[in-house]
Design a protein. Structure first.
Length: 158
């Protein structure tokens, strides 16, 4: 095995050991997902323009991950759950927010992706092992690299 292949293998092994913590609703315990867990979920591939060039990402739709964690999607996304939002945190401390309604296909048909590969290869250490891709955004400000935590938060009704 060559040096380059050995380095790529080590990076892939390190990335696969990392977890994504997902809290779908306050009454549910957090779910921890690994790259292996995501590989067993329904997969989606999207092509986006990044820095003026097309780039392919593959991963799991955010809505599928949130559904696994008990997020109030579908018929439950109404009333007191309507102002719910998704708070995303990267390993480097970067945060972004999405309205939960942006994830619900009955409201918006977005393919917001938690990517784990690009161009058929695992994401680099600077980007992954998980990266949030919001393809409809004109700027990549909500594209959270090194994604490690996804939390659904529901503001208190007053």
């Amino acid at each position: 095995m060559g040096y380059k292949a050995l380095v790529l293998f080590a990076i892939a092994a390190l990335c696969s050991a990392q977890e994504l913590t997902v809290t779908g609703a306050p009454e549910h315990a957090a779910v921890k997902l690994t790259a292996a867990d995501l590989s067993r979920m329904p997969r989606t591939m999207i092509t986006v323009t990044e820095r003026g060039k097309p780039r392919k990402y593959e991963g799991v739709l955010l809505r599928d991950i949130l559904a696994t964690a008990g997020a109030p999607l579908g018929d439950k996304l109404k009333g007191q759950n309507m102002p719910a939002f998704v708070y995303l945190t990267g390993h480097d401390g970067y945060h972004a927010v999405l309205a939960l309604a942006e994830v619900e296909p009955a409201i918006q048909d977005n393919e917001i992706l938690v990517a784990d590969t690009s161009g058929g290869e695992p994401l680099s250490a600077e980007q992954g092992p998980f990266r949030l891709i919001v393809p409809e955004d004109q700027r990549t400000s909500r594209w959270v690299r090194m994604l490690e935590k996804i939390e659904v938060k529901i503001p208190d009704a007053h």
